[in-house]
Design a protein around this ligand. Structure first.
Ligand code: FMN
Length: 164
């Protein structure tokens, strides 16, 4: 593969290139912040290790509750179903009211579990690393919540997609 000089990499071309990798969509939730609950739409999720069970996700330094998230220990990673595009958009918008009309219950680690969902990973922070304009959070998965058989929401090339 031809190498490209980083200093000349066009930001739009870079976004388009990484957007060609199809992902699921989740809402990372935890307690805290101005509204008492934090929820951020994310697709930077990756599994990291099987033993111990570790996953990672990335948090932008620009997030409203970024400083709180650096201090937070317990999270829920709520995988979204394909019929939850609006919910994904709601948790991707800056401003108050992210939780308006959202059904949720408190998990064993006190993080909010969004109902319904495609599955939830309850996690505890294991490590975090500053990396460019994001932090990589590595989290240990302590508990799995089964979300049922509805298909997942997919994000690909800047748009929501369906598996079928
Ligand atoms: C499909 C999708 C995936 C996203 N993935 C991430 C992500 O992995 N990390 C992140 O920090 N922001 C991600 N965002 C952006 C945040 O959801 C958004 O900046 C944030 O919720 C804005 O709210 P805030 O300003 O109140 O923090 C994503 C947005 C969308 C629509």
């Amino acid at each position: 593969m031809a190498s490209t000089d980083n200093s000349t990499l066009d930001p739009r071309a870079f976004r388009d290139a990484v957007g060609c990798f199809a992902t699921g969509v989740m809402v990372m939730t935890c307690k805290g912040g101005a509204e008492g609950l934090i929820g951020v739409t994310m697709n930077s999720f990756s599994s990291v290790s099987l033993d111990p069970p570790l996953v990672s996700f990335c948090i932008a330094e620009s997030l409203t509750e970024f400083e709180t998230l650096l201090e937070t220990e317990h999270f829920a990673l709520n995988m979204l179903r394909e019929d939850q595009q609006e919910l994904s958009n709601q948790f991707a918008k800056t401003g108050p009211g992210k939780w308006k009309g959202v059904s949720y219950r408190e998990a064993s680690n006190a993080a909010p579990i969004i109902e319904p969902n495609h599955g939830v990973l309850l996690c505890t922070k294991h490590a975090q690393y500053e990396c460019g304009d994001h932090y990589i959070v590595v989290a240990r998965v302590n508990e799995l919540v089964n979300g049922g058989d509805e298909p997942p929401l997919i994000f690909y090339r800047g748009k929501y997609r369906q598996l079928s």
